[in-house]
Design a binder for this molecule. Structure first.
Ligand SMILES: NC(=O)c1ccc[n+]([C@@H]2O[C@H](COP(=O)([O-])OP(=O)(O)OC[C@H]3O[C@@H](n4cnc5c(N)ncnc54)[C@H](O)[C@@H]3O)[C@@H](O)[C@H]2O)c1
Length: 417
């Protein structure tokens, strides 16, 4: 195990929103925060003073700063080109979700990591929540048998004002990204626990809801939620659900051919429930066991960080990968696997949920077929054959929603459209 007291790894963080979590806990895993970068000047200078670190509003200049690694917390759909630049500049990269926004970007990213020889870690923190780490341990001990069916859920509703405050500007990605794209929080835990990858997807969306004020009073132009069915590489099937339905929660369930395990939906949701059928369980085993697991390592440090401790472990594993020079479990290929499911599920949803193969970008011959696939719903780069953001076509927020948006955005210090 790596000693977190070793010589600190000098990091720079891009993005002063989510990026703040990494800035705040850098020392806990043996990082030294030396530079931050954001185009939002006001936020940047305030944070720079607070943290006493170098500040940059220009990413190229930020990359010239003497750092070992950069953490990418810029916009959801812009990570891959920023990662490629950083890798080309000789930096290790830890990237927030998604790893890539198009298949062509996925190809470029995989090639760039291989070319650079640098560490790339995809920051999916949900697999590292305590119940998911425990389920991985149990799966590896064969407690539920071979993986047959799984579910991952990330359901995250919020009032319109809260949504608006975190998505300033009508072109902010949170206002247009199609419902299938933000899929890694629900897919990653199942992949992590069972060591499988998706090979085929069918995408479904529940359309934009004109009767839901959390949608009609916000600036969003995409659908309510997405259900993605994945065929996995061991022939198991998984269902991923994510979006803004009511019923906030993150849930994971794994059915094996000897039992089922899941985190609890009631009370303390980090508790784990395991069920073995009475007629085939071991003699000394209970049919149903419910307990609260602990993290396998670093319990105290992890318990203090957000996203159920997941934020500690992603940074920890990134640091460990840099120190051992071995790519982390959440390497570039797994990051791409889980990110492109969201893109392909949108293609599927727009084609009446037809199945679509998930290419494996570990293989250069496969990559070659996708290197020019720039299909994207991004309104800022939309060409003629590009897809809409909602299954209903183009949705225009109401005048009342636009008025509310202006007020909320102004409170955040954002005065644009
Ligand atoms: N893993 C998690 O639990 C989790 C939680 C929250 C957010 N995220 C991810 O973190 C990322 C950022 O999300 P966020 O919540 O901070 O909101 P956000 O996307 O609004 O913030 C991005 C920040 O990056 C800055 N930025 C964008 N382009 C830039 C550029 N070219 N140069 C410099 N700065 C630039 C923006 O000004 C902004 O401050 C997203 O990818 C999101 O998916 C992950």
């Amino acid at each position: 195990m790596v000693n977190i007291d070793e010589k600190p790894i000098r990091i720079g963080v891009l993005g002063a929103g989510r990026g703040r979590s990494y800035m705040g806990m850098a020392e806990v895993v043996g990082f030294e925060l030396v530079a931050i970068c954001d185009t939002w000047e006001e936020r940047l200078s305030q944070l720079g003073k607070e943290l006493n670190v170098a500040t940059y509003s220009d990413y190229d200049k930020f990359l010239e700063h003497d750092t070992d690694a950069v953490v990418l917390c810029n916009y959801f759909h812009q990570h891959a080109p920023f990662a490629v630049k950083a890798l080309d500049a000789g930096k290790h990269v830890m990237s927030e979700c998604a790893a890539c926004h198009t298949l062509a970007e996925g190809v470029a990213l995989a090639r760039s990591v291989e070319r650079s020889g640098k560490i790339y870690m995809f920051v999916e923190n949900y697999p590292y929540m305590v119940f998911n780490q425990e389920m991985r341990r149990l799966y590896q001990e064969d407690r539920v048998g071979e993986f047959k069916y799984g579910e991952g859920e990330y359901v995250h509703p919020d009032p319109a004002e809260v949504k608006l405050a975190r998505s300033c500007g009508s072109h902010h990605w949170r206002n247009w990204i199609p419902a299938t794209y933000y899929c890694t929080h629900s897919i990653a835990p199942v992949m992590f626990i069972t060591d499988t990858r998706p090979t085929k997807v069918n995408g479904f969306v529940v359309p934009y809801d004109f009767g839901d004020p959390t949608q009609t009073m916000s600036a969003k132009r995409h659908d309510t939620c997405a259900v993605i069915i994945c065929r996995m590489n061991n022939d198991a099937v998984m269902k991923s659900l994510h979006g803004t339905l009511r019923g906030h929660g993150n849930y994971v369930r794994i059915h094996g051919n000897k039992g089922v395990m899941e985190n609890c939906r009631h009370g303390d949701k980090s508790r784990l429930r395991i069920w073995r059928e009475p007629w085939e369980k071991d003699e000394d085993e209970l049919v149903e066991t419910v307990y609260k697991p602990e993290f396998p390592t670093y319990h105290n440090q992890a318990a203090k960080t957000s996203h159920g401790g997941g934020d500690f472990f992603t940074s920890y594993h990134f640091a460990q990968a840099i120190r051992t020079e071995i790519q982390p479990y959440l390497d570039v290929y797994r990051g791409i696997d889980m990110s492109i499911v969201g893109i392909l599920a949108w293609r599927s949803a727009l084609d009446d949920s037809a199945p679509i193969e998930v290419p494996d970008f570990r293989d250069e011959l496969v990559r070659k077929q996708y290197e020019n696939d720039t299909w994207s719903p991004d309104p800022m780069s939309k060409g003629n054959s590009q897809p809409p953001c909602s299954i209903l076509g183009d949705i225009e927020p109401s005048v009342a929603a636009k008025d509310l948006a202006k007020k909320v955005w102004a409170k955040q210090g954002y005065f644009g459209e």
